[in-house]
Ligand binder design. Structure first.
Ligand code: SAM
Length: 322
């Protein structure tokens, strides 16, 4: 029995973030003859490297919280499995086509995909990131990989300037070198025709309207909390390659900045490559309604505000009634 799932499987479950480091560790982990680990005693004896009996009050609180979360997670998974089983049974009984299975989707290779549009993640910014952000960058790339693997028509996905710290971080993920992903140590300029490159940047004054199949869209492989504002835009201008921002402002007014994460940008591109409109892709991927308002609503809102202001000005300027 193996209780250690491969990182690929973990990421195929869709997790981008999570506090795996806080997982309670069962004490007796033994290896079977295949080298797989199993537990002979499932009650945790350590938490974050500290014996359970020696935990402080606050560590104990954290530990209890983790146990509760682990239990909830198991229950949630069991419920999902049951729901899926039920869905499949219902589909079979009613002759409903549920589309290709997850297993089939996972087998779909990029090279056989009808989608020939390429996406590059530019990993030339390793030196600008602290360790935590470097790890976040790789986590987002893993999410991108998962999304692409699950897609009916995967996009042609490349990592460029791959080496150094990003490679080291990637190497922590078992079996990554066999993934259906193109790794290049060179810069995209050494791989693709310059005329086909489009660097995506929220700072660009050009709005992307459509995805073209022969173009290569570059996403900056950078998590910087915008400490390096406009770095990708400046790079594109310096290198003399095309640049564009996603057409978010055509459809939504965003409360926060329009700067998205690497995986959000990719998910939008993937959605559009699958036939969604940009608006539909934004609706699915962008954070909740609280942070984005359809542009028509925002226009109405500001027109109403203006009318109210005009009214109150009229009142102020009205001559006093005798
Ligand atoms: C977290 S952002 C990096 C922000 C970085 N300070 C910069 O100026 O590029 C990661 C990448 O996602 C892409 N991106 C994020 N928001 C975007 C938008 N609204 N339009 C186009 N590309 C975007 C860009 O390629 C960007 O480099």
């Amino acid at each position: 029995m193996s209780i250690v799932t491969g990182i690929e499987e973990e990421h195929l479950s869709g997790a981008v973030s999570g506090d795996e480091g806080n997982k309670p560790v069962p004490s007796d982990v033994t290896l079977d003859k295949n080298g797989d680990s199993f537990h002979t005693d499932l009650s945790p004896k350590y938490f974050n490297g500290v014996e359970i009996s020696k935990l402080t009050k606050s560590q104990m609180k954290k530990y209890q919280k983790c146990l509760k979360w682990e239990k909830l997670k198991k229950e949630k998974r069991a419920k999902e499995r049951l729901k899926n089983k039920e869905k499949k049974r219902f589909a079979k009984e009613h002759n409903i086509d549920l589309g290709p299975s997850r297993k089939k989707l996972k087998q779909a290779k990029m090279k056989d995909s009808p989608c020939k549009t390429s996406v590059v993640i530019d990993l030339s910014f390793d030196d600008l990131m602290i360790d935590k952000d470097m790890a976040k960058t790789v986590k987002q790339i893993l999410r991108v990989y998962t999304l692409n693997r699950r897609a009916k028509a995967p996009m042609q996905l490349h990592l460029t300037s791959y080496g150094g710290r990003s490679k080291k971080e990637m190497e922590r993920h078992h079996g990554y070198e066999h993934w259906d992903l193109n790794f290049h140590s060179q810069c995209y300029l050494d791989i693709f025709p310059k005329s086909k490159l489009v660097y995506l940047s929220s700072e660009s004054d050009i709005i992307l309207q459509t995805l073209e199949e022969d173009k290569i869209y570059i996403i900056g492989g950078l998590v910087d909390h915008n400490a390096h504002k406009g770095i990708c835009y400046e790079k594109a201008v310096k290198q003399g390659i095309a640049h564009a921002q996603l057409p978010i402002s055509d459809y939504f007014w965003m409360k926060d900045r329009k700067i998205l994460t690497i995986n959000q940008v990719f998910e939008i591109l993937l959605g559009v490559s699958e036939g969604k409109t940009f608006k539909e892709a934004f609706e699915e991927v962008l954070p909740s309604r609280k942070q984005k308002i359809p542009i028509e609503e925002k226009l109405n809102e500001s027109q109403t505000k203006k009318a109210e202001l005009d009214d109150s000005n009229d009142t102020i300027n009205d001559p006093p009634k005798n």
